[in-house]
Design a protein around this ligand. Structure first.
Ligand code: SF4
Length: 438
């Protein structure tokens, strides 16, 4: 990246660097829309920007440190010309004091509820040369702001914030209490995306199963969304096993446009640890839920998140996580070591030593990876409905099954097309297929 841009290009141009989850990526699209409406223009090289926005994540120590180090490295960029550096998002909310004190080159610090006014703040900073910090939680849902899609796959936030206070998680502190968007607003955003060619929409929320607006629950919302006109697939992230209802499973079963992909974070396979995590379900509840899903929807894909080395987790308790992994046989799992977040309940409990946590993670990963490999191999010879998203290397195309698995075919296919594919082999971790109707 260059540090200096030709002077005449420095005019209301912004660049956004995004760390973290899909919700954060969606927030970056939201800011892009808000700034564009204020007459700003997004550029893809910071050398040509006079506003640099770092959208940060604090869900794990590693993500927070990366965002801080990245921002700290922007001193030289900030020195050139009349430039503005903004740090926004979850880390801006949780570490505003630190950023204010230690990173003097940051002009704007915004929490996740303050994006609506980002254009006004930038104008004030340009005009008055002041520093602005706004990390208030206001219950914002960004009603009526719909970003412009750039690909056939997109995301719609149906709610923001979280009330669950899982004891390891910083999200309720940085994103505030759960609030759901009205169906009419969600419906307008989806209709706008579909009108612009989007074919795969993932509904986003920290715990989508807690969606509730005017007595419309998540199952009811899904059902209504499934009836919105247009050919598009529906997915949702993230679910909470304590709130996942049988009604939701039935709605998915009864609507072909809702994909049968269930991302259900288990976190631990031990009841005492689950209780300490404040997850409010048991191993048995989780097992029964997955059994019900698989009984009703036999081709369901089930994926999960796992945390290893939660404070006080014993060796036997860790082995219970392994036994759940072996029993459930997840299609895929995101596996993390416990990361202490200041301010959470778990941060008051003595952490395990790092070597034990690392060793446990290194024992878990190959077990799940082997299961993932076996599950992927089971795809060989089977037919899948694949939505093609982009070109792949050579003259190939990449798409996703309804179960969210990447598939490659050696044919050029227009993004947005849905074709039936038979899987012929697995290369690395990727299933390679052929079109059924080629
Ligand atoms: S459900 Fe738990 S883990 Fe998920 S965002 Fe809320 S508090 Fe965090």
């Amino acid at each position: 990246m260059q540090d200096v841009a030709p002077k005449n290009t420095l005019n209301k141009k912004f660049f956004i660097k995004t760390f973290g989850c899909q919700m954060n990526k969606n927030d970056s699209f939201l800011m892009c829309k808000i700034l564009t409406e204020h007459g700003f223009k997004m550029v893809d090289d910071p050398a040509y920007a006079d506003i640099f926005i770092v959208n940060t994540c604090t869900v794990r120590d590693h993500a927070a440190n990366r965002a801080l180090a990245y921002t700290s490295g922007l001193k030289n960029w900030r020195k050139e010309g009349d430039r503005i550096l903004a740090v926004v998002g979850c880390l801006a909310k949780s570490n505003a004091d630190d950023i204010t004190r230690k990173l003097n080159h940051v002009d704007l610090i915004l929490g996740p509820d303050s994006y609506r006014v980002i254009g006004n703040y930038i104008a004030q900073i340009k005009e008055k040369k002041v520093r602005i910090i706004d990390t208030r939680l206001s219950g914002e849902t960004y009603y009526g702001i719909y970003h412009s899609p750039t690909t056939v796959v997109d995301f719609v936030s149906i709610m923001r914030g979280c009330n669950n206070y899982c004891s390891y998680c910083i999200v309720p502190f940085v994103r505030g209490q759960a609030r759901s968007r009205p169906f009419a607003d969600i419906c307008s955003e989806i209709a706008n995306l579909v009108k612009h060619g989007v074919k795969d929409i993932t509904l986003l929320g920290q715990n989508v199963n807690e969606y509730n607006h005017d007595n419309l629950d998540f199952a009811g919302l899904l059902e209504r969304i499934a009836r919105i006109p247009g050919a598009f697939r529906i997915r949702f992230l993230t679910s909470h096993p304590k709130d996942f209802s049988k009604e939701t499973v039935q709605v998915i079963k009864n609507h072909h446009n809702i994909c049968e992909w269930f991302h259900l974070p288990l976190q631990s396979g031990n009841d005492r640890v689950l209780q300490l995590m404040n997850r409010k379900y048991t191993r048995e509840h989780y097992r029964t839920l997955v059994e019900y899903i698989r009984q009703e929807i036999p081709n369901a894909t089930v994926t999960t998140d796992l945390i290893v080395g939660f404070p006080t987790e014993t060796e036997e308790e860790f082995l219970e996580t392994i036994s759940m992994v072996e029993e459930i046989r997840f299609d895929y799992a995101y596996m993390y070591r416990y990361s202490r977040r200041t301010g959470t309940k778990a941060s008051n409990i003595q952490s395990l030593d790092e070597n034990t946590i690392k060793r446990r993670l290194s024992e878990l990963i190959p077990i799940q990876n082997e299961i993932t490999k076996e599950k992927t191999s089971e795809m060989i010879g089977r037919e899948y409905e694949v939505l093609f998203e982009s070109a792949a290397r050579g003259k190939a195309s990449r798409g996703k099954t309804r179960g969210n698995k990447d598939v490659i075919v050696q044919t050029q296919i227009k993004p947005g097309e849905v074709r039936n594919v038979v899987i012929k082999e697995v290369k690395g971790h990727t299933p390679i297929g052929e079109l059924v109707d080629a």
